[in-house]
Design a protein around this ligand. Structure first.
Ligand SMILES: [Zn+2]
Ligand SMILES: [Zn+2]
Length: 172
């Protein structure tokens, strides 16, 4: 898997700009992390990394668009991906697990895992509960009818499932 690691010590004091557009990078990670999203417009990143005492300042943007699956009706829909990044990355503190840190000391050099950082920002920019539309009516749990396109007979008969217990009482 591509990792986009940067040796911070090699950067000039004013920092350096990086621009990554690599569909393969996103495709590999989406599969590896089981994220049900398909890039539609290439995800572009413009990032500047500046060495600072004790760490590195990472600033930039992430842009593109992806296709997600609606949480209610399961239809695919497209949304823009946009994130502004402004982070100060430091070495893991005493007692912190080193593998969780995106900045590590490797042979006396500070190495920043920019790939992991960008991937995390990408995932954070996606909605937790993706909806094709705030008003999405979802689908019938019985027959799968998409209520955005029309109704079905089972929906009419069942009514509110929370009231089913009262309907049963009346029958006895
Ligand atoms: Zn929907
Ligand atoms: Zn139905």
């Amino acid at each position: 898997m591509k990792n986009w690691k940067i040796t911070v010590n090699d950067l000039p004091a004013e920092g350096r700009d990086f621009s990554f557009t690599d569909p393969e990078f996103w495709a590999e990670r989406l599969v590896a992390h089981h994220v049900d999203a398909k890039p539609v417009q290439e995800v572009q990143t413009e990032i500047s990394v500046q060495p600072q005492s004790g760490g590195a300042l990472v600033r930039g943007t992430l842009r593109g668009s992806v296709q997600l699956r609606c949480d209610r009706c399961a239809e695919r829909f497209e949304i823009p991906v946009q994130a502004s990044i402004e982070l100060f990355e430091t070495l893991p503190k005493e007692g912190e697990p080193e593998e969780d840190s995106r900045l590590q000391l490797v042979d006396d050099a500070l190495v920043l895992d920019l790939g992991s950082l960008l991937w995390e920002e990408f995932v954070l920019s996606l909605p937790v509960k993706p909806l094709c539309n705030e008003q999405c009516k979802g689908i019938c749990p019985k027959c799968g009818q998409n209520f955005n396109e029309g109704s079905c007979d089972c929906a009419r008969d069942e009514g509110d499932p929370r009231l089913a217990v009262f309907r049963d009482l009346k029958l006895k």
